[in-house]
Design a protein around this ligand. Structure first.
Ligand code: SDX
Length: 384
């Protein structure tokens, strides 16, 4: 019977395999639009340049969740809900304090987010869960960073923005206006980006009618990889490797060497953009200004040398992860936390897509073309 079914599969149904689902449109969405040829990005109607200039991260959260900007009262209400939700349940805090100090921060974030599900009120709806996740992720990241250094954990403040509070919990002192604005702008720029791998993961989990915590746990796992959000840490590690070479550091030769060996340069290339990533324009500007201010011009100059070489050699531009690395480095953040900051922002997009998927759900279940053997005879174990 099984044999008959296999033979009945009509292979002409599968004209080709679309590796990496390249170009496949799987959903409709109101959350973001990307023009990969012109290098434009829109979140729920607003161009990224407009948002970068005017919006706070909290306004972007509201925008993505509701497809419109909040009025004063709505923004005030969202800010106070986020502030109330910043604290962590004691068992989650205990886990953060007691886990392996050399664990990867993204792995700790993933596990802590998964644990949060056990402590949410049974009657909390998806909106409450999205607010709780957005509020608690910065606390998890900052708490682990302090715990692994043997420092006291800094309790979240009952006021201030997400960006302000995160830097405060990380460093134990209140940040200045410039550092807060830098962090806030980074959160705005990373909030949402179409059907990227982690958002697709979140939607796939949601589509089985699983819960938001499961979807976000999966999304964090997907973001962690160096082909996705993990690239920003990898970029900084590249620049720090060059720094170790001292006077011999040669970013052009380094880039060419990588290409000759057919290795990928982290922070370059994109599935959708065939031109400069519009987010990278903003991050590049910030990277230049901050590097000069903090005496790290050489890092910025090396970055520009790599950008020029990649353009000349491969016609490939930097993506969002390239200049964000030097921005975070200039404000004193440890390289292995960079992907966590991406997650702390992208939670807004992931949860927005969760709402959207749930409102118009269908199980996500593509096919695979079987290329293995058929009709094998059973061999008893003694004869294998
Ligand atoms: C993010 O999807 C999103 O929207 C993601 C994101 C978001 O906001 O969510 O924008 C965030 O994930 C940014 C990407 C971060 N990743 C990296 O920086 C890792 C390095 N980049 C790549 O490995 C690559 O460019 C990807 C993974 C980003 C895209 O991969 P694709 O679309 O599968 O492209 P590919 O690997 O098939 O490359 C196509 C060609 C190849 O050359 P040829 O074999 O055709 O000659 O471009 C070359 C590649 O070798 N290429 C690179 C390169 N990226 C592409 N060559 C060297 N270095 C690179 N970085």
């Amino acid at each position: 019977m099984a044999e008959k079914n296999l033979q009945n599969i009509d292979l002409s149904e599968y004209p080709h395999i679309n590796r990496g689902l390249d170009g496949i449109v799987a959903f409709s969405t109101t959350k973001s639009f990307i023009d990969g040829q012109s290098g434009d990005l829109i979140y729920s109607g607003y161009h990224i340049d407009i948002l970068a200039e005017n919006a706070t991260f909290e306004e972007v959260c509201f925008l993505l969740w509701n497809d419109r900007l909040p009025n004063k009262q709505e923004l005030h209400d969202l800010n106070s809900s986020l502030r109330k939700q910043r604290g962590l349940p004691a068992p989650v805090l205990d886990y953060i304090k007691n886990t392996n100090k050399s664990a990867e921060p993204m792995a700790v974030l993933r596990s802590a987010v998964s644990m949060l599900a056990d402590f949410q009120d049974d009657d909390a709806d998806d909106t409450a869960n999205a607010i709780a996740l957005t509020a608690k992720m910065p606390t998890i990241i900052a708490a682990f960073n302090r715990a692994r250094q043997g420092k006291d954990i800094v309790e979240p403040l009952a006021d201030g923005s997400t960006a302000f509070n995160f830097l405060y919990m990380l460093n134990g002192e209140k940040p200045g206006e410039a550092a807060e604005r830098t962090m806030d702008l980074c959160l705005v720029l990373h909030a949402e980006h179409g059907m990227n791998a982690s958002t697709f993961t979140a939607r796939t989990v949601c589509a089985t009618e699983s819960d938001m915590f499961s979807a976000i746990t999966g999304a964090i796992g997907a973001l962690k990889g160096p082909l996705h959000g993990g690239a920003n840490t990898a970029v900084m590690n590249t620049l720090l490797t060059l720094k170790e070479q001292g006077e011999d550091a040669d970013p052009v030769a380094f880039t060419k060497g990588k290409l000759e060996r057919k290795e990928k340069l982290m922070g370059f290339g994109h599935r959708v953009y065939k031109t400069f990533d519009p987010r990278a324009f903003h991050l590049r500007k910030m990277s230049k200004a901050l590097s000069e201010e903090t005496g790290h011009e050489y890092l910025y100059n090396w970055s520009e040398a790599m950008v020029k070489t990649m353009k000349e050699e491969k016609n490939i531009d930097p993506n969002v992860d390239f200049f964000s690395a030097t921005v975070y480095y200039s404000i004193g953040i440890q390289p292995d936390l960079y992907t966590c900051i991406f997650a702390m922002s992208r939670i807004s997009g992931w949860t927005a897509h969760f709402f959207e998927q749930k409102a118009n759900n269908r199980l996500i279940r593509p096919r695979a073309l079987y290329v293995g053997e058929k009709n094998l005879e059973w061999t008893p174990i003694e004869e294998r």
